[in-house]
Design a protein around this ligand. Structure first.
Ligand SMILES: Nc1ncnc2c1ncn2[C@@H]1O[C@H](COP(=O)(O)OP(=O)(O)OP(=O)(O)O)[C@@H](O)[C@H]1O
Ligand SMILES: [Mg+2]
Length: 379
């Protein structure tokens, strides 16, 4: 069994099963209820709060597993409709590959434009999907065929499109209107649209001039309540013959305002640092932080290398400040030797756009707590 082999129960970066997934009961019920009643859902929350996890958790529940074909596609890296069609087609194919039914066998029969990618393995005789992006010549046709295929399924389909806000930046015009029309025509295919760029997502779904206006039920995702997370963490330690001080879990939770990914990362490391029969206490926290930052260092350097020099300056200044207010004031500029108020302003724009920096009221902070620590203390 998959779950028995999990050595560290604080799973990060993927979904395993109910046992390793904390709470989200109300959210799960809500989401399932919407879909079952024929309403598409727009799931909008800050980064790393648990949107993808929640979708996968819902997919894993009996109500979805048994009665729907579920598909998950992450379009974060896409920049065109062709890529969208490519990834959607691939996600559907990969999901259905192990299932041999009359419907799944019709994949290339209905999605004719992807037939170029249909290959039979010369050794095993197994079919495979070997198309490249360049093979998507007419993305609209491919999409039409994909939707036609989904609608011809033997049970309803549920498609989750992660980082959906991305469609707003596609090179083609009218993508929103086009997708909206296709989605509206579906009779037995439902959609979950999720995204972390909150203003872009809200703009897509809540602004009356946009095609997707009111076409989905919006739902947000708050941090998991602290008591519930603490109980969860204690259980995971105890099940493996270890212990953890509740006050430590609470401290970790508070350090990250309950944002799931960060909390799970530290708890994962704390668990690793704790021997069998040992009780993990606050003395391990510093080491855990350092270790986590060490594992991320490569990607931080990579990230920095892609920023303009002025953006780096401003990013580090904000990291050192923590909650940075008055970033264009002469005091702030002097304190961090920044060139000028206008250069701070122009550097901030892309930092906010990419989500490296977030803004709450007049305060800015580096969104990734570990990255902020590394920038402020080690870089
Ligand atoms: N309820 C939960 N219990 C335990 N771990 C969780 C839970 N929800 C999410 N996680 C873990 O936290 C991490 C962040 O969650 P997830 O990737 O779902 O967030 P996200 O909102 O989709 O983030 P992003 O905006 O970066 O895509 C994941 O690694 C996941 O394993
Ligand atoms: Mg996600």
């Amino acid at each position: 069994m998959e779950t028995a082999n999990i050595l560290n129960p604080f799973v990060v970066g993927r979904y395993v099963s109910d046992r390793f997934f904390c709470d989200r009961q109300k959210e799960t019920e809500f989401l399932i209820k919407q879909i079952k009643n024929g309403r598409n859902v727009a799931l909008i929350s800050p980064r790393r709060m648990g949107k993808t996890g929640l979708i996968q958790h819902c997919f894993n529940q009996e109500q979805f597993r048994e009665y729907y074909h579920t598909f998950f596609v992450d379009i974060y890296a896409t920049t065109s409709l062709a890529e969208f069609a490519y990834l959607l087609g691939k996600a559907i194919y990969d999901e259905l590959k192990p299932k041999r039914t009359v419907w799944t066998e019709r994949f290339f029969q209905i999605i004719r434009s992807l037939r170029v990618g249909f290959k039979l393995d010369t050794m095993t005789g197994e079919p495979s999907f070997d198309i490249g992006l360049g093979d998507i010549r007419a993305p609209q046709t491919t999409l039409d065929e994909i939707f036609e295929y989904l609608e011809a399924a033997d049970k309803p389909c549920l498609v989750a499109i992660d980082e959906f806000q991305q469609i707003g930046s596609y090179e083609e015009k009218n993508v929103e209107a086009l997708l909206r029309t296709k989605i509206q025509q579906c009779k037995q295919t439902m959609f979950i649209f999720s995204g972390s760029k909150q203003h872009l997502m809200s703009n897509l779904f809540n602004s009356s001039s946009k095609p997707f206006y009111q076409s989905a039920i919006s739902m947000g995702l708050e941090p998991i309540p602290m008591e519930i997370y603490t109980t969860f963490a204690i259980r995971l330690f105890e099940e493996r013959g270890k212990q953890v001080e509740p006050i430590l879990v609470e401290k970790v939770y508070q350090q990250f305002n309950g944002c799931t990914w960060f909390v799970q990362m530290i708890m994962n490391e704390l668990f690793a640092l704790t021997a069998k029969d040992e009780c993990c206490d606050t003395s391990k926290l510093d080491t855990a932080w350092k270790n986590v930052i060490q594992t991320q260092e490569g990607s931080y350097k990579d990230l920095l290398s892609r920023l303009a020099p002025k953006q780096k300056l401003v990013l580090q200044a904000i990291a050192k400040e923590g909650d940075a207010r008055g970033v264009t004031s002469s005091a702030f500029i002097k304190k961090y030797n920044l060139p000028s108020a206008s250069s701070v302003q122009s550097a901030l724009k892309p930092l906010l756009k990419t989500g490296l920096v977030t803004q709450e009221g007049d305060a800015y902070r580096v969104y990734d707590y570990f990255f902020a620590d590394w920038l402020a203390n080690e870089y």
